[in-house]
Design a protein around this ligand. Structure first.
Ligand code: G6P
Ligand code: ZN
Length: 541
């Protein structure tokens, strides 16, 4: 086996976004595209020599080929060992756990998360550091800088490694350890939650449905929910990971997980419903007849955290991304703990978790997690809910009604305008920015602006500053609208409009009705229809 030194040229647009490098699959399949980026990862982290990495992906189209390329390139650059999930599979939280548990130097996760897969879908590569979390800005920019200077990549000439059997393999001088993707993760979940209480809940006739959306969580959910906790065969639907996710869009929200929503809205439906995304880090929570927004779910988990064995002594603090609703802040205030507000992107929670300043974190984009790993964790959130329901012995609808009664309700919705022209999107944001100095005190659609700014974050741990993280406009009475451009799309620009208002009575309204005035104000401020020609959002969550 010889090491090839292949000459290459920098490829434009290899800058990692909110979560790694994400592109159309066909772009990743172009000669040298994946190789350039992987070599740049090695350069960006100071070389692969002697290092141990964790490697796995969500099983999407091109996963299998890409895994082999990464293995050959790790071997060619002198890595000592790669721990890889059987058949190249690992959910994102399971990869994070393995990096930490095995004290690896880092890990590479192949996934485009909730984006569709397949030859016409998306693919992605994400580098995680030794704490198990996504690479911080400093590492991502070093990797990006390397993509702009690359002149050659190194790759071992070798046959494909058979990843179908658990055990040890070798290419060149590098050892490859093929592990069961589920075992360590399931063991961690058992340490955190009261599995006996959850088993007893299922034994009492409690019915659940988990939609794995043909993505990575199928095997995890079957092993943990059906086999270990006795939820019963058939609890997990769409449980076999498919390269194209069954032609679906593996994003657990009411639009893309409609099949589950329909079942849960049936008066005879299951007691509890949940779904996860392509790589297993997102979650959607439902009860019979009720959808729980990610922001509300985060607040409810924080309020009930001490019912879970791992958090029984309380939370050191909590954190949410800026556009996530303020429901969490109300819980933190009552508990007397710190509540941090970070930019969108799980990587910003890493320092807070490492420093013990936050135990629980979450985002409006269906991500919830804790200090047990350094990624958001879909199945963990589901087990957290089950643990609470098993202990409190109430329904999801009762739990949320009780929560809103105690803390008030932050009505919340996100309106996405996908695939708009990037120039128009930039102008729209610039138009908002230009209005900022004179907004306070102005009346818009009958609401009075109390203050408005563009969010910037000063990391309290490492002192780094991140600017331009979304425009937020607060109104009297606790309402708010936030405008941001997505950092995860692969076509044009996606404008996200995050809408929120606070109520202490009339707690049972349809969120779109409760938010009607703020929706009007948002359009008036940003001129969405006038600028984009769009009469309504592409997706409402
Ligand atoms: C990924 C990241 C999240 C982020 C989400 C939405 O899932 O891991 O941290 O909240 O993308 O990002 P976007 O930039 O598209 O709003
Ligand atoms: Zn994901």
């Amino acid at each position: 086996m010889s090491i090839l030194n292949v000459k290459t040229n920098p490829i434009a647009n290899q800058k990692p976004g909110t979560s790694g490098l994400r592109k159309k699959t066909r772009v990743f399949q172009e000669p040298g595209f994946l190789e350039n980026f992987i070599q740049s990862i090695w350069t960006g982290i100071g070389g692969a020599q002697g290092k141990t990495f964790v490697l796995g992906g969500d099983g999407r189209f091109f996963n299998a080929e890409a895994i082999q390329t990464v293995l050959r390139m790790a071997a060619a650059s002198g890595a000592a060992r790669v721990i890889v999930g059987q058949n190249g599979l690992l959910s994102t939280p399971a990869a994070s756990n393995l990096i930490r548990k095995r004290k690896a130097d880092g890990g590479i996760i192949l996934s485009a998360s909730h984006n569709p897969g397949g030859p016409d879908g998306d693919f992605g590569v994400k580098y995680n550091i030794a704490n198990g979390g996504p690479a911080p800005e400093s590492v991502s920019s070093a990797i990006h800088a390397a993509t702009e200077e690359i002149g050659a990549y190194r790759i071992l000439e070798s046959a494909d490694v058979d990843l179908s059997e658990i055990g040890i393999a070798q290419i060149g001088r590098m050892e490859i350890e093929i592990v069961d993707p589920v075992a360590d993760y399931a063991a961690l979940m058992e340490e955190i939650f009261d599995f006996d209480a959850i088993s007893a809940l299922f034994q009492s006739g409690f019915r659940m449905r988990f939609d794995a959306m043909h993505a990575i969580t199928g095997p995890y959910a079957k092993a943990i929910l059906e086999t270990r906790l006795g939820a019963g065969a058939g609890t997990v639907t769409n449980g076999t990971p498919l390269p194209d996710f069954g032609q679906g869009h593996p994003d657990p929200n009411p639009i893309w997980a409609k099949e589950l929503v329909d079942v849960m809205m049936d008066p005879d439906g299951p007691d509890f419903g949940a779904a996860s995304d392509g790589d297993g880090d997102r979650n959607m929570i439902m009860g019979r007849g009720i959808y729980v927004t990610p922001s509300d779910s985060l607040a409810a988990l924080a309020a009930n955290a001490t019912l879970v064995p791992a958090y029984k002594d309380g939370l050191s603090g909590v954190a949410r991304s800026m556009p996530t609703s303020l429901a969490l802040d109300r819980v933190a205030e009552k508990l007397g703990i710190e509540c941090h507000e970070t930019p969108t992107g799980w990587k910003f929670f890493g320092n807070l978790l490492d420093a013990g300043r936050a135990t629980l974190c979450g985002e409006e984009s269906a991500g919830t997690g804790s200090n047990h790993v350094r990624e958001k964790d879909g199945l963990w959130a589901v087990l957290f809910w089950l643990n609470i329901l098993a202990t409190r012995k109430i329904s999801v609808a009762e739990l949320m009604a009780d929560h809103w009664q105690s803390y008030g309700r932050n009505y919340y919705s996100r309106h996405d305008y996908e695939g708009i022209d990037s120039g128009i999107a930039a102008d729209l944001m610039q138009g908002l920015r230009a209005q900022l100095p004179d907004l306070a005190g102005r009346s818009v659609a009958g609401l009075t602006v109390s203050n408005a700014d563009e969010f910037a974050y000063d990391d309290p741990i490492d002192g780094s500053r991140t600017e331009g993280q979304g425009i937020r406009i607060h109104f009297d009475g606790g309402a708010r609208v936030v405008f941001r451009l997505s950092g995860t799309g692969t076509v044009g620009a996606t404008l996200r409009v995050y809408l929120e208002c606070f109520a202490t009575e009339a707690l049972d309204q349809n969120p779109q009705d409760a938010l009607a005035d703020i929706i009007t104000a948002a359009d008036e401020l940003a001129q969405i229809e006038a600028r984009t020609g769009r009469k309504r959002p592409t997706v409402i969550t």
